[in-house]
Design a protein around this ligand. Structure first.
Ligand code: GCU
Length: 375
């Protein structure tokens, strides 16, 4: 099937029509964007509180790393609200050879050294890397425990009110507070060129984070699947029931559970809405060909569908290669010429050096660090 036929078969809801069916123009895009946000908050991630928060950092130590290629500054961040305070460590790696490097804020499963983080290759590419381990910000016990971490900054009802946020929202909130710190206290980094990067559940988080916080210059999701780049509508990957079964429903809001079974395909929102909220900023989506749970085809199709938002705003979205007869990508394909990039790696669910390399080639182009697409 061609991309067009696949899109027609999956039937994603239109991005450039309001809920009342009116066509969206450049002039009404910000109102439509607010509508997309409300839908995603209401049915998927819950609402992020906007109360005041104080963010401060304490340097724990500095060291040269990778044979002097970069400096590592270990910092403890503290977030405080009227209800509580939370501290978590972050690691800031800055390449010595680059003045005010762009930043990759990586929401990570584990600290460095880690198989998912090719530190030296990232630094050699001229990027600073900031690593925040997600469970240091908020637990991920799959038990609906909202008693500590970022949840305690505002308090979460027991039981949760249907509008209250889930853990994806909390991790995304933590990433935004890291960005606050980069802007206020890290003059050696180009915080205005920060891409938020995550894999899997943290790919979902990176997308929601960039959708909410327009200070992020770019978003990168790897194998983010359900709740990330993949629309579950008539998809072949995970469904609501899978999250309920394994306890990870707490990544989402309570209303998320209302769309199990056949209701799944009639959800009043779609993941392409999430991607569209990132427009016109650069967005890079990576999939792995054998990652059936994440539905790589759906991850790709949503990037095509959501590209309408970039085009409305006068920037090309995903640019498909010529001469393929409208076929979807094959393993090894890297589509990086537009403001929406897509990469399909052969293999399983993982964050591999190839995924980073493709994302860096895309960001180099978008951040004006290189002018020609890679061969
Ligand atoms: C589980 C979950 C996925 C998620 C993945 C991960 O498999 O069901 O949706 O992406 O964990 O974060 O590794």
């Amino acid at each position: 099937m061609t991309i067009e036929q696949l899109l027609a078969a999956r039937g994603y809801p239109p991005i450039l029509r309001t809920e009342d069916g009116a066509p969206v123009t450049r002039g009404t895009w910000s109102a439509r964007r607010a509508e997309l946000r409300r839908l995603l908050e209401r049915y998927s991630y819950g609402s992020t509180p906007d109360g005041p928060v104080r963010v401060s950092g304490r340097t724990l130590g500095e060291a040269a790393v990778c044979g002097g290629l970069a400096v590592l500054r270990r910092t403890e961040l503290t977030l405080e609200t009227e209800k509580g305070a939370v501290s978590f460590p972050i690691e800031i790696y800055s390449p010595r050879a680059v003045q005010r490097p762009p930043v990759l804020l990586h929401l990570a499963f584990r600290p460095v050294p880690d198989r998912y983080i090719p530190l030296e290759a990232i630094l050699r590419a001229g990027y600073a890397l900031v690593v925040a381990v997600y469970t240091d910000m908020m637990n991920d016990g799959h038990t609906g425990d909202f008693s500590n971490g970022i949840a305690s900054l505002f308090g979460v009802g027991v039981p949760r009110h249907p509008d209250e946020w889930g853990k994806i929202g909390m991790w995304a909130y933590g990433a935004s507070r890291v960005l606050d710190y980069l802007f206020s206290d890290c003059p050696g980094l180009d915080a205005a060129r920060t891409a938020v990067v995550g894999h899997s559940r943290l790919g979902k988080t990176a997308l929601w984070c960039a959708a909410l916080d327009e200070r992020f210059a770019a978003a990168v999701s790897n194998d983010s699947g359900y709740g990330g780049a993949a629309s579950s509508r008539r998809g072949t990957g995970e469904r609501v029931e899978d999250f309920i079964r394994c306890g990870s429903w707490d990544w989402f809001c309570e209303r998320f559970k209302d769309f199990g079974g056949a209701a799944e395909d009639r959800k009043p929102y779609d993941q392409s809405f999430l991607l569209a909220m990132i427009a016109p900023r650069p967005l890079f989506v990576s999939s792995a060909s054998e990652d059936a749970a994440a539905d790589p085809l759906a991850e790709f199709l949503t990037t095509v569908h959501a590209s309408a938002a970039w085009e409305l705003l006068g920037r090309p979205g995903l640019i498909l290669p010529d001469g393929r007869g409208g076929e979807p990508p094959r393993p090894g394909d890297e589509l990086i010429a537009g403001n929406v990039g897509y990469h399909l790696r052969a293999g399983r669910h993982a964050l591999m050096p190839e995924d980073w390399a493709a994302c860096l080639r895309f960001l180099d182009l978008r951040f004006g660090r290189r002018s020609c697409p890679a061969p």
